[in-house]
Design a binder for this molecule. Structure first.
Ligand SMILES: C[S@@+](CC[C@H](N)C(=O)[O-])C[C@H]1O[C@@H](n2cnc3c(N)ncnc32)[C@H](O)[C@@H]1O
Length: 225
């Protein structure tokens, strides 16, 4: 098996702290856990998944690499029983933003132990940001990565301080590196909001909220030209 990761998972892996104990929630094939051990990034990884099928695939792939001693497989719902593993880093990739937040909020572990959370949501990334910030998680870093499409990776940790971002900031994320991908990301959002406003206007609906978001997005775009 080739343990090289796709760009999306590679980007998530780049935020794992060197020497950390890691839990990969929703591990599926366990490519990420295998990579983290093979590349000497993590000291140990627990590959977790709610479904037996992925857990079995994970076990097979891990055993093919002879890594059973450093990668355990746990068949569990979200962070259920995570206290026994006590990971320093938790990775949750490839799920919807609402599911990711449900998983985080259903356990006290991330608040009590403050592990680094590396999250990559397939949908509702803005809602995930809003829920995290409102619940006292500090978004420390973000990254954009282009694989088959643009993906966003959020790195955060609980510190108990609630934060409020504007609607536009929740959509864009806060990126220190205003690179080409960031431009593509903002352009996509501008296009999306232009279409939403057009549709709402056609239906004679109030567009003031969307117009405010669009204006903020356009201002941000102008700042990075
Ligand atoms: C689309 S795959 C993503 C796999 C990998 N993390 C990635 O990003 O490529 C989603 C995985 O999450 C698992 N999953 C869904 N809900 C879960 C939950 N509540 N707890 C743990 N795993 C879950 C699924 O069984 C599936 O294997």
């Amino acid at each position: 098996m080739n343990y090289k990761l796709n760009k999306r998972l590679l980007c998530a892996a780049s935020f794992v702290e060197r020497g950390a104990s890691v839990a990969d929630i929703g591990c599926d094939h366990a490519y990420l856990p295998i990579y983290l051990i093979k590349e000497n990034i993590a000291s140990s990884v627990v590959a977790c998944d709610i479904n037996e099928g992925p857990c079995n695939t994970a076990r097979e792939n891990i055993s093919r690499q002879g890594l059973e001693n450093v990668i355990a497989v746990k068949c569990t719902d979200g962070l259920c029983g995570i206290e026994d593993i006590a990971p320093e880093n938790i990775v949750i990739c490839g799920m919807g933003g609402d599911l990711i937040f449900r998983i985080i909020s259903e356990s006290a572990y991330t608040k009590e132990n403050r592990p680094l959370l590396i999250l990559q949501a397939m949908t509702k990334v803005n809602e995930l940001r809003a829920s995290l910030l409102y619940s006292g998680y500090n978004i420390e870093k973000e990254a954009l990565v282009y694989d088959d499409r643009l993906y966003e990776v959020i790195v955060c940790r609980y510190d108990g301080i609630k934060r409020e971002w504007s609607e536009a900031e929740l959509l864009t994320g806060i990126h220190t590196e205003k690179n080409e991908l960031y431009k593509i990301h903002i352009d996509k959002l501008i296009k999306q909001y232009t279409v939403i406003i057009k549709g709402k206007k056609k239906a004679l609906l109030d567009t003031s909220k969307e117009e405010k978001i669009l204006e903020e997005l356009q201002n941000e775009r102008n700042r990075i030209i």
